[in-house]
Design a binder for this molecule. Structure first.
Ligand SMILES: Cc1ncc(C[n+]2csc(CCOP(=O)(O)OP(=O)(O)O)c2C)c(N)n1
Length: 656
């Protein structure tokens, strides 16, 4: 049965003239035991919520997964799909993509991400098991990880978090083949992986990865452990290939006709390319269907739940945020703001919003990378998620931004929960690879990123984001919100939570901001990405001022100053570039307006603003790194002031 995987991997890579045959051939025995004896899944119901999750962390070995899905009977991968491996539009892309192929649990390829994403899946499973009980949620998360996955730094954050949280349902099978692209692992690494995992609170063992009995015994032992488990499976890369087995030459290129013929001989595999003999295929299909009764029994248990509990479970699984519940929550936040108008840092406004959203939406799982008191992501009364209480809803991720961002992806992929968490905006760089994957996958993860400019003050240039807004706005599909006051913060939260298939970043201030909007208004103008906050007075606008976040108040003051010079100016708040730029051109033009002078203000680099103010527009912001000092001094030092904005606008007017 394992040789069926090997043959399909060799043939598909050969036909595509591209791909990675070595890993599927080496890990075929591990995968066969896992998929035919262990995994709880049903190819007839790929989305069955209580299925075991399998993450192929080493995404380059994608043919392993496609072969497994085909052999076990998933409709998503036919033999035709395997023949189309790596072709444009196929369901068998170069690396597994969750949106392309049913049965693929997460998009992998950047090494280290899969294992770290799996930690989030395992967290979601324990949390939901605590909430719904073992009759409804009771499954494992299995990972196949390669040397590269374990060398990547993110894996350290992930395994430390998993060990700390005692995620015993997480079982990592390490394809311990001692080979990477450059050659033997010993060229670059001498870590004792077993000791490393044990030090992080895992069980760890080493077995022969070509011995099915040993593989099964190790998995069964791991299932009984009260810790997460690492099973290092010693394998030979490209097992069965006559000259390339055990060599890096088999890692990432087709084996060639002669080598494939030799492998067929060594393995005793007579079938032609892309043919799996009926007797072997039938064994696979029978194995693939063996959890069907478990699945139907689960469906009966769900059907027997009280109607309201069943409806809520189904809503959670679907990830639906009911519009009326969201509208009511937003109205309640605005009511609280109207009752107590005052200057607030937008991070505090976010905490106020969460005080309403967290009770209203039990799917929200919060957290912070050791900056809870700074990010304000833990509203009062939100219990921590701990090994003693997986029912808690706030995760202390530790100082592990990258691991946190990947775990959030895993939670969102698992379903039933909506993760949000916190760090400083400047450390979005440490989360970026996982945020990018969330964007590729179209999953709702919400990153609260506070201390969003030089306005954070004394911590200085290492902590002051300058290029980060532009860098985040450059990632396709991401929503980057930078609200200007408490009302916009609530509105942006509602938009992030209501965006089922998009990740969001909420860039929030450390420093206090005046409330610029009337909290009594019911509409949510942030949905359009940008809108006129204040119209021109005393005639048609000669100047349009555009700003985001903390600089909107500066634009408002600059408008007043321009009025003193007899220049009518309007202010446009731009809380979200993406939502604005996605609108039809006529709508955008209407918001941008026809004032002869446009000036943008943002305490960050200019990149991106030309789309709104044009290359001839004015810009007041940063051109280099910040500095250490009190925030008001820094704004003056870098010239981000109402006076400077008015001066730039007047200069542009004179030059017309
Ligand atoms: C973050 C990241 N860096 C680099 C790569 C490119 N790459 C793909 S596979 C690989 C290493 C392969 O070694 P290993 O993980 O042991 O896999 P095996 O050779 O056993 O298939 C590298 C460097 C990648 N996919 N992701």
């Amino acid at each position: 049965m394992a040789n069926a995987i090997r043959a399909l991997a060799m043939d598909a890579v050969e036909k595509a003239k591209s791909g990675h045959p070595g890993l599927p051939m080496g890990a075929a025995d591990i995968a066969t035991v896992l998929f035919t004896r262990v995994l709880k899944l049903d190819p007839a119901a790929p989305h069955w919520f209580d299925r075991d999750r399998f993450v192929l962390s080493a995404g380059h070995g994608s043919m392993l997964l496609y072969a497994l899905l085909h052999l076990t009977g998933f409709q998503s991968v036919s033999m035709e799909d395997i023949r189309n491996f790596r072709q444009l539009g196929s369901r068998t892309p170069g690396h597994p993509e969750v949106e392309a192929t049913e049965g693929v649990e997460t998009t992998t390829g950047p090494l280290g991400q899969g294992i770290s994403t799996a930690v989030g899946m395992a967290i979601a499973e324990r949390h939901l098991a605590a909430e719904y009980g073992p009759d409804i949620v009771d499954h494992h998360t299995y990972v196949l990880a390669s040397d590269g996955d374990l060398m990547e730094g993110i894996s350290q954050e992930a395994i430390a978090l998993a060990g700390h949280l005692k995620l015993s349902r997480l079982i990592v099978l390490f394809d311990d083949n001692g080979i990477s692209i450059d050659g033997p692992i010993r060229l670059a690494d001498s870590v004792d992986q077993l000791k490393r995992f044990e030090a992080a609170g895992w069980d760890a063992c080493r077995i022969d990865g070509h011995d099915p009995a040993a593989i099964l015994a190790a998995i069964e032992a791991a299932q009984k452990s009260d810790k997460p488990s690492l099973i290092a499976c010693r394998t030979t890369i490209a097992f069965g290939a006559p000259t390339k087995a055990g060599s890096e030459k088999s890692h990432g290129s087709p084996l060639g006709a002669e080598e494939i013929a030799g492998a067929r001989k060594t393995l005793g595999w007579d079938a032609p390319a892309f043919v799996v003999p009926d007797d072997i295929l039938s064994l696979w299909r029978t194995a693939g269907a063996r959890s069907r009764d478990l699945r139907t029994a689960w469906e009966s248990r769900v059907a027997a739940l009280p109607a309201d509990r069943k409806a809520e479970l189904e809503r959670r699984i679907a990830g639906t945020v009911p519009a009326d519940r969201l509208d009511a929550a937003l109205a309640e936040i605005k009511r609280q703001l109207a009752a107590d108008p005052k200057d607030r840092a937008s991070r505090s406004s976010s905490e106020l919003a969460l005080g309403v959203l967290v009770p209203a939406f039990p799917e929200l799982i919060g957290g912070s990378a050791d900056l809870t008191g700074s990010n304000n992501t833990r509203p009062k009364g939100m219990p921590a998620l701990t090994p003693e209480d997986y029912g808690g809803r706030f995760i202390h991720y530790g100082i592990r931004e990258h691991g946190m961002a990947a775990a959030m992806n895993g939670m969102a992929l698992h379903g039933g929960v909506v993760p949000y968490s916190g760090t400083f905006l400047v450390f979005s760089d440490y989360c970026r690879p996982s945020i990018r994957l969330a964007c590729i996958m179209g999953r709702r993860v919400i990153h609260v990123m506070t201390h969003d400019s030089i306005g954070l003050g004394e911590d200085g240039p290492t902590h002051q984001p300058v290029e980060h807004l532009a860098a985040l706005r450059a990632i396709p599909h991401l929503l980057v919100f930078r609200p200007c006051d408490a009302v916009e913060t609530a509105e942006c939260w509602a938009l992030a939570l209501g965006s089922n298939h998009r990740p969001s970043v909420l860039a929030l201030s450390r420093q206090n901001l005046p409330q610029l909007r009337d909290a009594a208004a019911a509409e949510n103008p942030c949905a359009g990405g940008a809108y006129e906050l204040l119209p021109a007075e005393g005639g048609p606008a000669k100047v349009s001022l555009f700003a985001s976040g903390s600089e909107v108040a500066i634009a408002v003051a600059a408008r007043k100053r321009l009025a003193e010079f007899g220049v009518p100016a309007r202010v446009v708040s731009v809380p979200c570039f993406e939502l604005f730029l996605e609108r039809p051109e006529a709508e955008r033009e209407a918001v941008i307006g026809d004032a002869p002078v446009r000036v943008a203000v943002e305490a960050a680099i200019r990149q991106g603003w030309d789309a709104i103010v044009g290359s001839h527009g004015g810009f007041v912001g940063m051109t280099g790194f910040g500095a250490s000092g009190p925030a008001p001094d820094l704004y003056r030092h870098f010239g981000i002031t109402p006076e400077r904005v008015a001066e730039v606008a007047l200069g542009k007017l004179q030059a017309l």
